[in-house]
Ligand binder design. Structure first.
Ligand code: FAD
Ligand code: SF4
Length: 279
């Protein structure tokens, strides 16, 4: 395997495509390579090629979660989402860009089952163990998006700048369809460079998890308020970060037999988060 260390985004982009893969902190990519879920002959180490650090409302995609959770310039929902994610060691290595692009934690997928998201015929989780799975958008794949940080950024109305375009963070994600099973809209040779996070009057992130530390969200609820406008986004409830217009949207959930409990958790967390931001 070849490891490239480009020093600019242009150089890194030129090295991408043809089966090469961007590599930042490696906390997600290395296990996927080890388990044969990602195949690459060339890794493009992008740490020196993409922005890192916080400059007002702009955050470099190479900024680590540990740097974000400690920075007072960062809105509260994003700081809380970072501090509740993973473990201190992982947050020290893991970058913002890599967190937004992490793959599903569905263990059928991680164990290489020939399930629908892997190109197979059906979602095996629906008939199998699915306690951690989705309550929305789960018709074809019932996986639950694992990123606390993505939900916080969706609620905050963040914008991404990539090597090819600017887009609202919500547009980074797509529900997989029969003809395209990708869950992001990022091209293979496209890098996330920066995330612009507008200030909010108040914001918060609440997370239900199996352990109080080092656990993915069963349900994560991010709420941001600007004046009378309140935005709500959830982690752990759909194959992508999920937006609600209001708490009442939870009535439209389509839980599986083993995930109905998540609807009740989401109701409680949304209510508490709205109270927390004065919404
Ligand atoms: C045990 C464990 C527990 C975890 N718990 C949580 C949790 O509770 N909540 C949570 O939100 N997350 C959790 N995570 C995820 C963790 O935060 C991510 O693994 C980490 O942030 C990924 O960042 P990285 O820099 O290591 O990414 P990498 O592993 O380097 O890359 C991940 C993916 O992103 C791509 N990539 C990386 N940067 C860019 C970029 N700038 N542009 C384009 N593509 C890019 C890579 O090609 C790869 O596909 C956990 C991870 C582990 C291993
Ligand atoms: S939830 Fe998605 S990833 Fe998991 S088994 Fe079903 S199709 Fe595969």
């Amino acid at each position: 395997m070849e490891l490239l260390r480009p020093s600019s985004a242009d150089e890194a982009t030129a090295a991408l495509g043809n089966g090469s893969v961007p590599f930042a902190g490696g906390t997600e990519l290395v296990p996927l390579l080890r388990d044969g879920l990602v195949h690459a002959e060339t890794l493009v180490h992008i740490t020196a090629a993409i922005p890192r650090g916080v400059d007002g409302s702009s955050i470099g995609a190479g900024t680590t979660l540990a740097e974000l959770e400690a920075d007072p310039q960062i809105p509260q929902a994003l700081r809380e989402a970072c501090s509740l994610a993973a473990s201190p060691q992982l947050r020290t290595m893991g970058t913002l860009g890599g967190n937004l692009l992490q793959a599903t934690r569905c263990w059928y997928w991680r164990l290489g089952f020939d399930c629908w998201l892997h190109g197979g015929e059906r979602c095996v989780a629906k008939d199998g163990a699915h306690r951690e799975h989705a309550i929305f958008g789960n018709e074809l794949c019932a996986s639950a998006h694992p990123s606390d940080i993505a939900a916080a950024l969706v609620a905050l109305g963040a914008t991404l700048r990539t090597t090819q375009r600017e887009l609202p963070i919500a547009d980074l994600y797509r529900l997989p369809t029969a003809d395209n099973r990708d869950v992001t809209t990022l091209a293979a040779d496209e890098l996330i460079l920066e995330i612009e996070v507008p200030a909010a009057d108040a914001s918060t992130y609440l997370k239900a998890m199996d352990r109080r530390k080092w656990a993915f969200p069963l349900v994560g609820v991010a709420v941001a308020r600007r004046g009378d406008e309140v935005r709500i986004a959830l982690a752990g409830v759909a194959p992508i970060p999920w937006t609600l217009d209001a708490a009442a949207d939870l009535d439209a959930a389509t839980p599986l037999p083993g995930t109905a409990y998540k609807v009740e958790i989401a109701r409680a967390l949304v209510r508490r988060a709205l109270e927390g931001v004065g919404g």
